[in-house]
Write a protein that binds this ligand. Structure first.
Ligand code: TEU
Ligand code: CA
Length: 562
């Protein structure tokens, strides 16, 4: 018997992620900004989303496009002013759209005042705000590799010690063992909550508690070791989040989602527990990391496609194992992932729209809070990187320098093929608003190239086409708002042996929602919708359905009484 689920607005909401740098430029400097977002709120209202997750807009030198914060209580110059933010928040609330901020507190920028003080001397009061270690045998304290290539340790000449940076060297990790750091973070979070924001997406929150021994990690390539086992889901992470919940989160009506690199099902049951002592939900990464090392050129870098069967095993596991224990998030895309229709669907002219709708159906009918990444709602695709000069993302640029130029272990054309397939820049090309210059994103020179297919794929074209991906997402969102079975129904897998059809049902009281998605360009057998069974079609990406089959990339959802 399913546990009676407590109802909550953040379980019933649909979230839209905005990467401000690439969303809409209002002043012609080629960079998206807050005013550009405010001007497009009516578009988001029309789509029907409930919440905007805003990637970081705080002051930053943009070493990692805002995920390197130098002042948590001020707005990045590129994006505008705090008045612009206040106007965006107020306008969004007037349209009944909530704003969730991106909380990046595993690390700061090396230009943050705390770090400038910390690095100035060994006895500075801020020294222990960060993680400093003496050299070991004259070298880095251990073999950890940064997520952005190279050592995770940077030698600071002034004091002859190394500081830890799990990401770029301009993103020094905060020392969460220091209660002064926790006090500072919780004060800052309260400051934003008092401004009226509606929640936080918490950047790599699973990494804030490190193994105090800082041991070498398992060897990756004979040079570096992995930091993941000693950084993710560390010894005090749940204590810190329970403290955060008690001191801040529990005082406000917030949506909280933890980006939890390395999270397992068992850990997720703690991070997102139903007792509400930590967070509402987490982003897990298993379904977007299904490639076996043999399918990768180096590290995560691959140009091969994932298999639906691998993805289905993972998503079904998360649906079933969290049932009654914790809440799922649902996503294909974000600013760190390639475009879903290119990665998981078929971005050819023939099948792009059909497969984008199919992927949307497959995800949005599941149990959990769905996230739509900017441009996903109009079927935006990956782009092409002719050379490293087309890339902007520090993760790709560092990997190129390390593997192509330094180690010479990966040929340039192979590295670029991997970038075409999975580089984060695929998600960061400007939002395509019109068929006009620069896709209507800017009247200036865009900070990153606009995908050349903007003339065909853009919001203006989508809004004038009743069969567009946009209106399909609009309907999926409306169905979720109107049908409690979509939010609260228990998930049951179907056709688990099919290599082509991803199917499941959702059951709530006497209602049965049946969902079937053909992930291939070929007609497939699907016996789930017998004519003699009375049912109502809720949504499909085809105008007809052939009993016993699913046409190429056909998605079909029906509801019936059991
Ligand atoms: O991402 C953390 C993270 O896990 C990424 O390194 C992700 O695994 C990788 O990019 C996938 O290839 C968060 C932010 O979402 C990302 O944009 C930042 O670069 C990173 O943290 C550091 O703040
Ligand atoms: Ca701008």
């Amino acid at each position: 018997m399913a546990v009676k689920e407590t109802h909550a607005w953040w379980k019933e909401a649909v979230i839209y992620q905005i990467y401000p740098r690439s969303f809409a430029d209002s002043n012609g400097d080629g960079i998206g900004d807050l005013q550009g977002i405010t001007e497009h709120l009516p578009y988001l209202k029309k789509l029907g989303i409930d919440v905007i997750w805003l990637s970081p807009v705080y002051k930053s030198p943009n070493d990692d496009n805002g995920y390197d914060i130098s002042d948590y209580r001020d707005i990045m110059d590129d994006f505008g002013t705090m008045e612009d933010f206040d106007r965006l928040l107020s306008r969004a609330h007037s349209l009944d759209i909530k704003i969730v901020m991106d909380l990046v507190v595993n690390h700061t920028s090396d230009e943050h005042a705390w770090f400038v003080e910390s690095r100035s001397s060994k006895d500075n009061p801020y020294r222990d705000y960060y993680i400093w270690k003496e050299p070991k045998d004259g070298k880095e304290p251990n073999n950890w590799e940064s997520c952005f290539s190279g050592s995770a340790w940077e030698l600071d000449e002034r004091t002859g010690m190394y500081y830890l940076h799990c990401f770029s060297k301009k993103q020094p990790d905060l020392n969460w063992e220091n209660e002064k750091v926790r006090d500072e973070v919780f004060d800052m979070m309260t400051w934003w909550c008092e401004k009226g924001i509606d929640g936080f997406r918490m950047d790599v929150i699973s990494m804030i508690s490190k193994d105090p021994r800082f041991p070498d990690g398992p060897d990756k390539d004979g040079i570096f070791g992995s930091l993941e086992p000693y950084v993710c889901n560390g010894p005090h992470v749940h204590e810190y989040l329970q403290e955060m919940n008690q001191r801040v989160l529990s005082k406000y009506d917030l949506l909280t989602v933890g980006e939890a690199a390395g999270v397992t099902i068992e850990e997720a049951k703690k991070y997102a527990n139903n007792e509400g002592t930590e967070l509402n939900m987490v982003f897990q990464f298993e379904h977007v990391s299904t490639m076996h090392p043999s399918q990768c050129v180096v590290g995560k870098w691959t140009y091969q496609k994932p298999s639906m069967e691998d993805i289905r095993v993972i998503l079904n596991k998360w649906q079933i194992e969290l049932e009654g224990k914790a809440w799922n998030s649902l996503y294909w895309d974000n600013h760190d992932q390639p475009r879903a229709v290119s990665r998981f669907g078929n971005d050819s002219d023939e099948y792009r729209v059909l497969s984008a709708k199919m992927l949307a159906t497959c995800l949005h009918m599941m149990k959990g809070t769905p996230y739509i990444y900017q441009g996903e709602e109009i079927g935006m695709t990956n782009t092409h990187f002719e050379s490293i000069d087309d890339c902007r993302d520090i993760e790709a640029i560092n990997a190129y320098h390390q593997y192509v130029e330094e180690h010479k272990s990966v040929p340039e054309d192979i590295m670029l093929r991997c970038f075409d397939e999975i580089s984060r820049d695929n998600a960061r090309t400007p939002m395509q608003w019109t068929s006009g210059s620069n896709g209507g994103f800017t009247t200036g020179t865009p900070w990153i190239g606009v995908n050349p297919n903007y003339r065909k794929i853009n919001a203006e074209a989508a809004l004038s086409d009743p069969d567009s991906v946009f209106y399909y997402y609009q309907k999926l969102i409306r169905l979720r708002h109107e049908n409690p079975v979509i939010v609260y129904g228990v998930f049951h897998p179907l056709m688990e042996d099919s290599p082509s059809v991803y199917a499941y049902e959702r059951i709530l009281d006497d209602q049965v929602l049946t969902v079937a998605c053909n992930w291939t360009a070929r007609k497939q057998v699907c016996p789930l919708f017998p004519k003699e069974q009375l049912r109502e079609e809720l949504i499909s990406n085809y105008s007809t359905h052939e009993e016993g089959f699913l046409l190429p990339y056909e998605a079909l959802v029906t509801i019936r009484k059991q």
